[in-house]
Each structure stands twice: as C-alpha cells, then as structure tokens.
Design a protein around this ligand. Structure first.
Ligand code: ZN
Length: 332
C-alpha cells in the first residue's frame, strides 16, 4: 500500500494546483471539524482553515525508464523532481510486478535533491525476472505533501523485462571463412595449451563476459602457478612483452593456419620463447602465473582472426577449440 496515495487522491480531487497539507489521518477519518474532501470536482478554492499559500507539492519534471530490459540487473532509471522553494524531498522508487501485484524492487533514495537529474540506486544485487512491471515514483516534501501526479508526469511507467536470449549451442560455432574448425585444428595436430590440471572457471571466465566498460575477449584456463603453457599450433612468436595492470607478461603467436593467439598473465621471468622465433605445436611458451590484472593463477587465452589487436582483426570464442583440444586428453 502506498502511504502517500490517499493524500494524493484528495489533493487531485481538490484542484490541480492546490494540495491539502493535512495529515492523511484527518482526511481518512472525515470527523466533524476535520478537513473534508470536496463533494464535486467543481468545488475549488481553499478548504477550512487552510493557509493561503498552500505548497503545491513535488512534481516529476522528467522520468526516464526504458520500455523494455533484459532479465537480470534492473535498468538505469533517471528522474528529476522539482518543487518551488524546496531543496530536498523524500524519494522512493518501486517496481511492481503486475502479475503478482507485489513489489519486486524498492529503492529508498532518502532525502534527495530537487532540480537535478538523479539516477535511481537499486539495492545491491537486485535483479528482475522476465515479466510485466510498473515503475512507481513516490515523493513527499518536509511538510508531508506528496507527489502531484499529472497526466503527463504521473511518476509511473511500464517496464517489460524479457528473458536473456539463450546462447548458441556450444561447441558448434559457425566457422569463419578460411578458419579451421575446432575438429580440423585438432586433426592438424593442435594441443591443449595448459600442460596440467585445469578448469574453465565459470561464466565470468568466458569469452564475452562483461568487464565494466568492455567485454572479456578470451577464455580463462585456471591452473596452478608454474603450469607449463604450450603453443597449441605451429607458428611464429610475434611478441613477448609486459603490461602492468593488464595482461602482465604475455606472448603473441601468429599461427600458420591464420589465427593469432594471445597468452596472458605468464609467471615473471618464465618466457621460453622470444620475438620472431618459430614454434611447433606443443612447444613451451611460458609458465602460468598471475602477473598483471589477475587475482588467481590462470592462462588468459585469446584467438584472433585478421590479426591480434589489428585493424580489421577480431577475437573469436576460443572455448570450442579449447574443449576440442582438451578432449584429446593429452594434458590435464
Ligand atoms: Zn581472462
């Protein structure tokens, strides 16, 4: 139940411009001598004993809610409240599930500034399931005057939450033109790049996982510090280098079949190859570590078509390849 609703209804019935500042109880009780709601829409003006300068109440100047969003974290919602001469209003934003009529999310924004665009802060970890919702803004000022809902700024907005599309079935990616499939590369003698016990982690270790402003462009292979990292395919070393705060010690290989391969977070001082050197499949490149931006030892592995970090080049999901090579059982 919206505790502000009663007072809002009374205010709107009185006049679009005048709102009654009496507490909700007085309105509900209708006791003799109390403030009465007018009996018809024509009754305007000021009610018994009301001050001549009645505050109009906060109004919504803008409300930005996407019409639809994907299931998961709630969408970004911005709004602006205004009330003449009032610096802060008590603000709450809720999301009502229209099927269950239950409140799915509530953001209590406390006393919030008027006259500026605010971004709704949803509770940490909040998420929405697919469904139909209504977003509702509630506000009142220090006098207890509630949000004035108008036809074009009611503080309510519809929100449809759609299911996240299921990913294409792995491990049968559409092969790129001129790029060998996982099975073909395996037939050509590809080997798994981590020579020891390993795992592919979870969703955050996958290709395409969100990383703040960008996405994860490779697949992580979790393994113990010092586990040998091998060249999966024959080729030539393009570079070995160090990137603090990022890839750490890394190796780039240009393979003979067209891929570029990128191996990151090698252990310090573990390079077994150097720039321009030819390598065979299975040749030692470095040892797994956690240099650069890594919180646990792992190989961060990328596959690029058209050149690593090159104009026109792009990374592809390495997991189907890693799984194909892993199934051979030569390692791990
Ligand atoms: Zn990674």
């Amino acid at each position: 139940m919206d505790p502000f609703r009663g007072i809002v209804a009374a205010a709107l019935a009185t006049s679009a411009l005048l709102a009654c500042a009496a507490p909700a109880g007085a309105l509900a009780a209708g006791s003799p001598g109390g403030v009465q709601a007018p009996s018809s829409g024509k009754a305007g003006g000021i009610e018994y004993g009301a001050p001549s300068a009645v505050p109009a109440g906060p109004v919504i100047s803008s409300l930005s809610v996407p019409a639809s969003a994907l299931a998961g974290a709630p969408p970004k919602v911005t709004l602006r409240l205004d009330e003449t001469g009032v610096a802060t209003v008590r603000l709450r934003v809720s999301i009502l599930n229209l099927a269950t009529r239950h409140t799915s999310l509530l953001a209590d924004m406390g006393w919030s500034r008027t006259g500026r665009t605010l971004t709704v802060r949803w509770p940490a970890g909040a998420s929405l399931a697919p469904g139909s919702y209504q977003l509702r803004v509630s506000a009142r000022d220090h006098r207890g005057v509630a949000l004035v809902r108008r036809a074009h700024s009611s503080g309510r907005a519809a929100l449809t939450v759609r299911a996240v599309p299921s990913p294409p079935p792995a491990p049968t990616p559409a092969p790129e033109a001129g790029v060998p499939t996982p099975a073909q590369s395996l037939a050509d003698g590809a080997v798994f790049p981590v020579a020891g016990a390993h795992s592919f982690g979870n969703a955050e270790n996958r290709f395409g996982a969100p990383r703040g402003s960008h996405v994860h462009e490779g697949q992580d292979v979790l393994a113990a510090e010092g586990t040998p990292v091998l060249a999966p395919l024959a080729g030539a070393i393009e570079s070995t280098a160090y990137q603090a705060g990022g890839a750490g010690y890394y190796v780039v290989e240009h393979t003979t079949v067209g891929f570029d391969l990128f191996f990151a977070h090698c252990e310090a001082a573990s390079f077994a190859v150097s720039s321009a050197q030819g390598v065979t499949a299975g040749q030692l490149l470095c040892h797994a570590g956690q240099t650069g931006d890594a919180s646990a030892p792992h190989l961060h592995f990328e596959m690029w078509v058209g050149g690593w970090q090159a104009a026109g080049g792009h990374p592809i999901d390495p997991l189907p390849y890693l799984q194909a090579w892993d199934r051979e059982g030569a390692t791990g």
